[in-house]
Design a protein around this ligand. Structure first.
Ligand code: UDP
Ligand code: MG
Length: 324
């Protein structure tokens, strides 16, 4: 374990305000672990620039020039958090034995990193960082996020409750992850599927160190939607049952209409007719919409487009690193 190379993978999108602080804190953590001989001296920090529009990449380059244990890769364009993370993990898979992914804003407690490494030493392949409290998150973020986890689980997507993307993964789990070819990545749903021995460490979630959330409400909703439709076909089953219920209901209406007809009370019934047409129309549209989501997804997935393209890599050569 002492000789295992750890890569701390940090996806960054417009993080210029927080990068100095993050770099300082993470390098300190890394050095501390090296001093304690828990990881190899060759362990490094890997920044993944997700097509930032601000000075993030310049800053990463600066950090790389200052420190032999800082590396960076830059994606051509903004590909989203999950893809950036995946790009970083795939790099780590080639160059390291363990990867820990963490957000750039230091909301996750870096002191949990040591615990994660210890768990790895005990033989766990995946270690989830789990938030013990979300006091520092806004009420809105907290309720929407927790509601989302509950909804996902009830729809059959296995996720670890209150775990985001702060996670340790061993090389063999990364190898397995590399076989997942889907375009719509949802890493926190895939990790539990990999099936290796896993455990979790808990930590208190903090406030963002600087800058603003890069997950506005719109992105959060589409992320949640992705999480469900990429993993679960339950919505399809649900609409099937909804359709059957609607048909049963329509029989009742038909019998009612016939009775009214044969008892001579015609013309009336316009209200129920009108209402049911709209009701059924609505049910159908919603159902087609749900099916459409899957068809749309199949369409995107069959294209097998590349998820990202690495336009630039910053890495010191190996000899130089061991000298330092
Ligand atoms: N991020 C990214 N690409 C994006 C959006 C976000 O790489 O398109 C990164 C971001 O820099 C941060 C992490 O993903 O390191 C999580 O984002 P953020 O902290 O803004 O999300 P929140 O904590 O508010 O959910
Ligand atoms: Mg954050």
């Amino acid at each position: 374990m002492k000789n295992d190379i750890l890569a701390i993978v940090v996806p960054c999108y417009n993080e210029q305000e927080v990068l100095d602080k993050t770099n300082h804190v993470l390098l300190e953590t890394l050095n501390d672990l090296k001093e304690k001989e828990k990881i190899s001296r060759k362990s490094f920090l890997l920044y993944v620039n997700d097509g930032s529009k601000d000075r993030t990449w310049e800053l990463i380059r600066g950090k790389y020039e200052e420190d032999p244990y800082v590396r960076g890769i830059s994606l051509a364009g903004n590909k989203g958090h999950q893809n950036a993370l995946y790009a970083g993990l795939m790099y780590a898979r080639e160059k390291a034995d363990i990867a820990i992914s963490i957000d750039a804003d230091l909301q996750d407690d870096v002191s949990a990193i040591e615990e994660m490494v210890d768990k790895y030493g005990e033989g766990y392949d995946i270690v989830y960082g789990v938030r013990s409290s979300r006091e520092k998150d806004s009420f809105f973020k907290k309720t929407t996020a927790q509601g989302f986890y509950k909804l996902m689980n009830s729809l059959g997507t296995k996720t670890v409750y209150n775990h985001a993307d702060f996670r340790l993964m061993s090389k063999r789990t990364l190898d397995e992850l590399s076989l997942y070819g889907e375009t719509h990545l949802f890493l926190r749903g895939i990790a539990p599927e990999l099936g290796f021995r896993s455990t979790s460490v808990s930590y208190a979630r903090k406030e963002r160190e600087a800058g603003e959330s890069k997950y506005p409400f719109k992105k959060m909703v589409s992320f949640a939607f992705d999480g469900i439709t990429s993993f679960s076909v339950k919505p399809l089953t649900l609409i099937l049952f909804l359709g059957i219920a609607a048909i049963i209901f329509s029989f009742v209406i038909i019998i009612y209409a016939l009775v009214r007809h044969f008892t001579g009370a015609t013309v009336t019934g316009w209200t129920s007719m009108f209402a049911s047409i709209w009701f059924i129309g609505g049910v159908q549209l919603a159902a087609i919409g749900v099916v459409g989501q899957y068809v749309g997804k199949t369409f995107i997935e069959t294209k097998k487009r590349p998820r990202y393209y690495i336009s630039e890599v910053l890495e010191h050569n190996e000899n130089q690193e061991t000298e330092n």
